[in-house]
Every structure is written in structure tokens, then in C-alpha cells.
Write a protein that binds this ligand. Structure first.
Ligand SMILES: C[S@@+](CC[C@H](N)C(=O)[O-])C[C@H]1O[C@@H](n2cnc3c(N)ncnc32)[C@H](O)[C@@H]1O
Length: 220
């Protein structure tokens, strides 16, 4: 899968170059390019934002540099995403559907956001990472990419996907590793028993308990 990210702040994306996403890029499962929108500004000072018509606080990203940046990477079949608090909420199902696309283009808004005409022209899929407002689209875009990358074939094992929170509706059970006793707290006996049926039963029970206590809204 190829991903082009259009942003005014390319330096924000260093987080994509470590751990699992780094390996996914090195093995060719993901190709991620960062494109600086400012490089497309026709303004002699490279300006990419301006006051909003109608007044109001803050600046808005102007359409011309974004338009030309999108045009420079868009091909037939490209799928454009705009991270926005006004979009549909990110979910595992949405991330999985994005993971099937061959070419994704992400537009990162900043300041007060982007000129509506970019949305009207390119009709991007607008995706929100939650009901709160962040300073820019860089972190939400990385969140969406990290989430969808887990569904790209071979990026992580299928087993890792299967028992995660939300994969079967509820939250994950508590997990333990070595040492067996830490600060006087022991790993639950059943996990040391080697009895896989009992372990599965315990995990199911703990998962249901945690979901009921913390996220009753997830219980159908
Ligand atoms: C300060 S926000 C603009 C918020 C916008 N004026 C509004 O009220 O909906 C700047 C940019 O950050 C990104 N952003 C902020 N919060 C977000 C969220 N919850 N989900 C996705 N993107 C978000 C968007 O790209 C947005 O254009």
C-alpha cells in the first residue's frame, strides 16, 4: 500500500519511522511519503494560510497549495482522507476498509482547518479520531495510519488482531508477563496452570467484567 501525506509540518511524522511501522516500510508492505504543502504555494513568501471570510479567531489553510499538492500525487483509484472533527468516527471496521486501498492520500489540516472548497472538489473521506479538537491533522492522521496498518497483510500476525480490545466487541482481559511475583502481586494461578480451556474461560470472564464496568455501551 502506498500512502502520501500532505502536511505543513513534515517533521511531525518521525513517529512513523520506528518499531512496527518502520519494519512494515522496510519490508515493502507500506510505502509512506511525506509531502510539504508549502512547497506548492504560489505566494512569494510561501504563505499557506489566511484570515477567514466572515471573521472569527484564527487562520485557515488556503486552497491553492493543497489543491496543487493533491494534484501532484492523485491518480485513478486514489482514496483521499481528511482528518477532521466533523468526520465519521474512526473504528476498527473503518480502519480495516482503508487497509484494503492501494493508494491513500491524507490531507492534514492545521490552524482553523482548510478551505471548504478543497472538500467540495476532492470529496475526501472525513474521519474523526474522537469528539475533541486537536491543534492539527498530523496526530490524527498518524493515528488513522497506525490503526489501518495493523490490518495490512503481514504487518502484524493475525493472532495479534484476534484477541484485541474491540475485535469481538468488548475490552481485552488483563495480561501478565515475568516475573511471577512483582511488588508482592502474583500472576493469577489459572494462567500458570497450562490448562488452556480454563485460561480461555478466565480470560472471557475477565474481559466481560471489565467491559461491563468500563464500557457498558459496548455490550449489545
Ligand atoms: C484546530 S483543528 C480545526 C477544528 C475546526 N475548526 C472545527 O471546529 O471543527 C485543526 C485541524 O486539526 C485536525 N483535527 C483536530 N481535531 C481532530 C479530530 N478530533 N479528529 C480528526 N482531526 C482533527 C483537523 O485536520 C483540523 O482541520
Amino acid at each position: 500500500m502506498k500512502i502520501d501525506i500532505l502536511t505543513l509540518f513534515p517533521e511531525a511524522f518521525s513517529a512513523l519511522n520506528c518499531s512496527i511501522l518502520k519494519r512494515a516500510q522496510e519490508s515493502g508492505k507500506l510505502e509512506i511519503n511525506i509531502i510539504n504543502i508549502r512547497d506548492f504555494s504560489l505566494d512569494k513568501h510561501g504563505k499557506c494560510d489566511d484570515y477567514t471570510y466572515g471573521g472569527g479567531a484564527g487562520m485557515l489553510m488556503t486552497p491553492q497549495p493543497i489543491f496543487d499538492a493533491v494534484k501532484s500525487v492523485k491518480k485513478r483509484g486514489s482514496h483521499i482522507v481528511f482528518a477532521s472533527p466533523c468526520g465519521e468516527k474512526l473504528s476498527p471496521e473503518l480502519a480495516q476498509s482503508l487497509s484494503k486501498k492501494k493508494h491513500l492520500i491524507f490531507i492534514c489540516g492545521h490552524y482553523e482547518g482548510i478551505d471548504q472548497r478543497i472538500i467540495d472538489i476532492f470529496k475526501p473521506q472525513e474521519i474523526s479520531v474522537g469528539d475533541y479538537v486537536l491543534t492539527g491533522g498530523e496526530i490524527p492522521t498518524m493515528t488513522i495510519i497506525d490503526c489501518l496498518a495493523r490490518f495490512v497483510d503481514g504487518v502484524i500476525t493475525k493472532e495479534s488482531l484476534d484477541e484485541e480490545s474491540f475485535s469481538s466487541g468488548g475490552l481485552e482481559y488483563p495480561q501478565y508477563t515475568h516475573p511471577q511475583v512483582f511488588e508482592g502481586l502474583s500472576v493469577p494461578e489459572v494462567l500458570l496452570s497450562g490448562n488452556h480451556a480454563e485460561i480461555a474461560k478466565w480470560r472471557k470472564k475477565e474481559s466481560e467484567k471489565r467491559t461491563k464496568e468500563r464500557r457498558a455501551d459496548l455490550i449489545k
